[in-house]
Design a protein around this ligand. Structure first.
Ligand code: TYD
Ligand code: MG
Length: 453
């Protein structure tokens, strides 16, 4: 008879230890090691290679016939885009995000809007809470079944009776399985319930969407291995105080991770935003200084983003630099470039920078807009509203070309901008744009273009 087996797991990173230690040697956190039961007495275990049935064989790549994976549309264009065209049959999707960001809302909304039969399993909310939320969302799907249950075996029994086409689990941290004794939410429990769900998904060809909590560092709670196990990892992010939410793929076995979905949280649920550029540029009077618009790309999607800057005389000895939505180190670098290469005296000034709409931008093409916004605020001269920017700024003060410049130009043209400032070295094949393309190679040229004429 097998003995009950226990082992020690770090609750922070999932590392495994044979005995208790005070500090996890893998993530250096203190007091995170907890003993968990990994195998109950009497449970079956693997008996060695000879006892396994031999019904698999290795084949040559040429002998495999490729069939296009079948996808189930989710009636939500933004989610379909991020997934790469819909839910692949038998795939497991993990959706992570901060508490209150709208994970349950998004998935319930999709469950209610889809034409397919969906089993929505909640271990977090009661039937009444879900009903109240569903009433708010003003959608109803006759085929959507709600189940409040946390035991996986029970969920599988119900799933066998009802045969849903999609299963939603809210959330993986609340589930537990009979085969493991650890408490729900612990590393071994999460790992085991996920692998049971993956097995179910693969065997029945049913896509399963899991909601996962994230830790305060922003990682999905539970072992990193969870992210390796599932097919798709989605991250739902955004500032809770702003109404916009961004859905990104961190991993996608069936599509690109460059795609991005944008939603707006309204009182009747999440609205899909099809034309994000319009909402990211705030409406304002023409003569405000310190704002510049950048033609950026988020994934494959062009986005016109407004950069706002405020430059004022430093009150205290050391000037302050503060950023929202942009890398502060990069701002400091750009300010140093302005100081050194273009002779602007910003050393005694406070500089504040903000990306409108609560977005976080990593695209280097925003550099030129950042520089221009800072200069505009510093010189108290506004930048005309029909100009936008798309170029990277290098350490020598040179304006560098960025990727897919034509896609950015097209977006600017579509939104009615009159001029776009790009690098002299950008390769633009098409000639007849309905927008004037100004090419520059140094920061000084930008400054004179904007402020001297
Ligand atoms: P929720 O979806 O429960 O977040 P999560 O599951 O990620 O923890 O809640 C999202 C928040 O959205 C909640 O604070 C209330 C708000 N909300 C709306 O603004 N409009 C709505 O229609 C709904 C259902 C929620
Ligand atoms: Mg929730």
């Amino acid at each position: 008879m097998a003995k009950t087996k226990t082992t020690f797991f770090c609750q922070n990173c999932g590392a495994q230890f044979p005995k208790w230690v005070g500090k996890c040697s893998s993530c250096n956190e203190w007091n995170t090691i907890v003993e968990e039961v990994i195998q109950k007495e009497d449970s079956k275990s693997w008996k060695g290679p000879n006892k396994e049935k031999k019904n698999t064989k290795a084949v040559k790549l040429g002998e495999i016939t490729a069939v296009n994976e079948e996808r189930i549309g989710t009636c939500n264009n933004e989610l379909n885009r991020v997934l790469g065209g819909g839910l692949v049959k038998g795939s497991v999707v993990l959706l992570g995000g901060e508490p209150g960001i709208g994970k349950s809302t998004l998935l319930l909304q999709i469950a209610l809007r889809m034409k397919n039969k969906v089993l929505y399993v909640s271990g977090e909310e009661s039937m009444t809470q879900i009903k109240l939320r569903a009433d708010r969302l003003e959608n109803s799907n006759e085929n959507c079944l709600i189940l409040t249950e946390t035991k996986t075996q029970q969920i599988f029994t119900i799933a066998q009776e009802t045969v849903p086409e999609v299963i939603v689990i809210d959330s993986i941290q609340t589930l537990h399985t009979d085969y493991i004794e650890a408490s729900p939410g612990s590393i071994s429990q999460i790992r085991e319930t996920t692998s049971e769900l993956i097995k179910y998904a693969k065997e029945t060809d049913t896509p399963v969407i899991l909601i996962g909590h994230i830790t305060k560092e922003g990682n999905i709670a539970g072992p990193k291995i969870l992210e390796h196990m599932v097919d798709v990892v989605l991250q739902f992010e955004g500032d809770r105080n702003h109404t916009y939410r961004i859905l990104r793929a961190q991993k996608n076995r069936f599509g690109s991770t460059a795609e991005l979905g944008i939603y707006e949280m309204q009182h009747t649920g999440l609205r899909e935003v099809d034309n994000p550029s319009e909402i990211l540029i705030s409406e304002k009077d023409a003569d405000l200084t310190g704002t510049a618009i950048s033609a950026t790309l988020e994934g494959m999607r062009p986005l016109m983003i407004e950069v706002q800057s405020l430059v004022s005389t430093a009150v205290y000895g050391t000037p302050q630099r503060s950023c929202t939505g942009y890398n502060i180190k990069r701002l400091n670098m750009l300010l140093a470039v302005l100081e050194k290469r273009a002779g602007f005296k910003l050393g005694a000034k406070d500089v504040f920078l903000n990306i409108a709409g609560g977005l976080r931008v990593e695209d280097p093409a925003i550099d030129l807009a950042v520089v221009s916004a800072v200069l505009s605020s510093n010189n108290e001269i506004s930048i005309p509203q029909d100009i936008c920017f798309a170029a990277e700024v290098g350490l020598a003060g040179e304006i560098r070309a960025i990727s897919r410049v034509e896609q950015r130009i097209q977006e600017a043209e579509k939104l009615g901008f009159k001029k776009i400032i790009v690098s002299k070295f950008s390769k633009i094949a098409k000639k007849n744009y309905n927008i004037e393309i100004l090419k520059v190679s140094k920061i000084e040229e930008v400054a004179s273009l904007l402020f001297l004429d």
